[in-house]
Design a protein around this ligand. Sequence first.
Ligand code: ADP
Ligand code: ASP
Ligand code: MG
Length: 484
Amino acid sequence: MIVMKFGGTSVGTTDSIGSVAQIVACALEKQAARAPAASDGEPGEDSPGVMVVVSAMSGVTNTLIDAAQTAAAGDETPYRDARSQLLVRHQVVAGQLIEDGVERAALGRLFDNRLREFERLCRSITVLGELTQRGLDVVSGVGERLSAPLLAAVLRARGVKAQFVDAGELIITDDQYGSANPLMGPTLARCRDRLLPMLQSGVVPVVTGFVGATENGVPTTLGRGGSDYSAAVLGAALDAAEIQIWTDVDGVMTADPRIVANARSMAELSYEEVAELAYYGAKVLHPKTATPAVDRKIPLRVLNTFNPGHPGTRIVERTRELRHGVKAITAVRDLRLITISGRGMIGVPGIAARTFDAVARQHANVLMISQGSSEQSICFVVPESEGEAVIAALKEAFARELAQQMIEEIASQPDIVIVAVIGAGMKGTPGIAARVFSALGERGINVIAIAQGSSEANISLVVLQASADDAIRAIHDTFELGTE
Ligand code: ADP
Ligand code: ASP
Ligand code: MG
């Protein structure tokens, strides 16, 4: 059994949805040809079938979130516009790809009901004048709850036995709204009960990406871009033979193709490399995607809906080639660098512990830490959106040290980017950091701080936003990542 996840651009237009239906139909034929007749009922490598996971049509999640946020601020126009615009957008695709009038009418009613519900929710958000993360999860999951039934119906129109399934019935999560964590035990049980009978009778389940529900049935989401993670969770639950992520580029590339013109798709990456790349901003995969696949060693493959003949990138436990040491460059933007400094810090134990204690109480996400050997300063990087709260917490935690000038300053630098240089082959390859620095030095790019992760699959540099793209291109050129 394989899992095929299609992202927002893959289901963004009538044409692309048509291509998706074609790709699924082909995969199903291939699976049927190679799989032996129904096995012992266990999922896994030899079990037949295809499961589809789908994102909202491109831009829809943003529209929904904007509508809910403006509703909370008292503006009702955006959600009303969104309701009619989304109804039309989905109905146009249904009108063009589904001939059967009964099927089309049923789908139209489903769209209408979902969007009425969305409008009701936004109205209550306006009345309350407040948008909770829990409320936002209900609203932002509406896009997948429109696109998945649409794709299921398009597949049926093409002769594929397909059935829509809401992941709220399958992926059981904790209640960390906005980035909920799947609970594998109950998720596994639900997936087996609900999906195995479908797969065994040759039905393709078409499941909503991005969303889940708590054990009590309250809707949650897995975080922006979370449909990749949904596919991996579902694939792991049913022990899929492969988890395929279908997107709009030829696989995971050596750098973001929007920044580096000669970025190249990589044939193979390890789970570790892809996890580092995704964590440090490569949007092509959600950062947690590799996690469920690792334990069961399920290969992931990133493929292009708009170029389905391309082999894409295969992600496995161990890769065969180790090229140059460095394989890819990525970047996380919109960050703030916070520095605590003072000569009085030298030799005073516990400053670092108290710093990160204060940061943790703000639930801030620390992306990088660097401490000078002189112990006169500690610096670390947090998302810009969390910067103010972290600084306020630190000023409070160190009020006495600041008054006594043991700590001279808690400084903060906005417009920060972390550039991450990634490759498992950097382990034990000397001179990589030196080459990175001279590439940047030659172009006059200032490196504010540096850190090397303990995995040695990553060197991270802090640079100013204004020089980030130049830094990425310089490192890409130096290691000749654009050529095979
Ligand atoms: P989907 O809607 O299919 O989930 P995303 O927009 O989330 O697609 O991710 C695909 C996009 O990620 C690509 O179009 C590309 O612009 C961007 N991207 C950033 N870094 C990389 C990278 N290293 N490799 C491939 N794509 C990348
Ligand atoms: N639709 C969701 C988002 O835009 C999830 C996804 O696309 O993976 O974040
Ligand atoms: Mg994505």
